[in-house]
Design a binder for this molecule. Structure first.
Ligand code: DLL
Length: 428
């Protein structure tokens, strides 16, 4: 069931709303943010030139570097007194990106997360254990407000305290769990150590996001936890979680809440817009944000878009699940690889645990890639045989062989209890 009527509106109606909101957003950004005024002036574009979403290509892109250069509040479009909330993105390098919200922005955010939960099959009256980190990260509070907006009960446990999470999941009989995909597996593993099988608990849905999750990884989550896995996507710069979500009915791509976020897919190298169905970098424009309007933001996330009808009846465009970012690309000895491609191959093997890491080195001007994977048995003979099979499969599928492939005991690879999992370590 959809949460708002807009979700199933005819596309012409959605388009009309987008046109109107885009005009307002560009005007608001131009009038209130010096950065946008300078950028548009430099590009020779006046806000009046932007009448419909077809004109959006005239606007310059906004990038992560722009957020950093304007740190902390150079992109804010309202007075400090009108800002009711600040969050920040979990930047791994340099300054974090600071983002802000007005009361109305928080209301919109709560609504898009409530829609996302409804699409995920969560109903008013259900209980949701929220395992996303609270604080500057948008995951915790973003989900929290959405769960309340929907009329469900929130258990605001946040990240970490995994044994406690397992106990609460059992004792409070939550219907759904929201957390990163890697954490859901860690939770299942911890539960098993406590003698509890999460598959036996009432929890029937995991709403996972904030990290890439390939299809084999999703299958692991669904099998191990006995749940339906629903992918939720978002980023701080645009609002936080709730930009898009899979629907429970089809689980076939993530519906973008297009009345608030206008999507484009562009060639990551040239920035040229790509036709529907072609993979490229997702670019998002906010259509209703007050405190922080963002024009044509280069997300770095790779995906495709489709407007094909969805079985759930929602008419909003769908994006493919994001399994990689343009800047995740690993180039080793001339071969271009995404970590997700390695994950796809590795998780085909049943006796492999869903934990791996990729280490990159440079020795004598040559790149080296070492792959470490957890193996569920400790028989050396089995390991040798499995190692050969994985190497052959990697070579056949990716035309690539790691310099070293190590199979290690279960539990050897570090688990992430709080925050986002890190699987690639570039020592070059
Ligand atoms: O991760 C917001 C979020 C919280 C989304 C909870 C979903 C659930 P940031 O910390 O700003 O915000 O990181 C945003 O994380 O550009 C993607 O690269 C990645 N990401 C987010 N959701 C997904 C997803 C939050 N479902 C960055 N699949 C984004 C793959 C995702 N990657």
């Amino acid at each position: 069931m959809s949460y708002t009527q807009t979700e199933t509106a005819p596309r012409s109606e959605i388009r009309a709303l987008q046109n109107e909101r885009l005009r307002e957003t560009v005007r608001h950004a131009y009038d209130n943010v010096a950065f946008y005024r300078d950028e548009l002036d430099a590009a020779g574009v006046s806000p009046d030139d932007i009448q419909t979403v077809d004109d959006i290509r005239q606007l310059p892109f906004t990038t992560k570097e722009d957020f950093r250069a304007e740190y902390p509040d150079g992109l804010f479009a309202v007075d400090d007194a009108d800002v009711c909330r600040i969050h920040a993105s979990s930047g791994t390098t340099g300054k974090p990106k600071i983002v802000s919200y007005t009361d109305e922005d928080v209301a919109v955010w709560s609504e898009v997360v409530a829609r996302s939960l409804a699409a995920a099959g969560v109903e008013p009256g259900d209980t949701v254990q929220n395992g996303y980190g609270y604080g500057l990260f948008t995951g915790g509070l973003g989900l929290h407000y959405g769960i309340e907006e929907l009329g469900a009960t929130v258990i605001p446990i946040g990240g970490g305290q995994t044994q406690r999470q397992v106990e609460l999941l059992q004792d409070l009989e939550s219907d759904a769990l929201s957390c990163t995909p890697s954490y859901s597996l860690y939770l299942a593993e911890t539960a098993a150590e406590m003698g509890i099988d999460v598959a036996d608990l009432p929890v029937s849905t995991v709403i996972f996001g904030a990290e890439p999750c390939t299809n084999p990884m999703r299958e692991e989550i669904e099998d191990r936890l006995g749940v339906t896995g629903i992918d939720i996507y978002g980023l701080s710069e645009i609002i936080g979680p709730g930009v898009s979500v899979e629907c429970h009915d089809a689980q076939d791509g993530l519906h973008i809440w297009e009345d608030h976020f206008y999507p484009e897919v562009v060639d990551p190298t040239t920035g040229e817009p790509l036709p529907e169905g072609e993979e490229g970098e997702l670019v998002l424009t906010t259509l209703s944000k007050e405190a922080l309007p963002v024009l044509r933001y280069r997300t770095g996330d790779l995906t495709t878009l489709t407007t094909e009808k969805c079985a759930c009846g929602r008419t909003m465009v769908r994006m493919d699940n994001v399994t990689g970012r343009a800047d995740d690309l690993i180039i080793v000895r001339g071969v271009n690889l995404y970590p997700s491609e390695i994950e796809d191959v590795v998780l085909e093997f049943d006796s492999v645990a869903p934990y791996y890491r990729i280490d990159l080195y440079r020795e004598d001007n040559l790149d080296r890639l070492e792959l470490t994977i957890e193996h569920e048995t400790d028989s050396e003979a089995d390991r040798n045989e499995l190692r050969d099979r994985i190497l052959t499969r990697l070579e056949n599928v990716l035309s690539f062989t790691p310099d070293e492939l190590e199979l290690v005991d279960p539990g050897s690879i570090e688990r992430t209890e709080v925050g986002k999992v890190k699987r690639v370590y570039d020592h070059r």
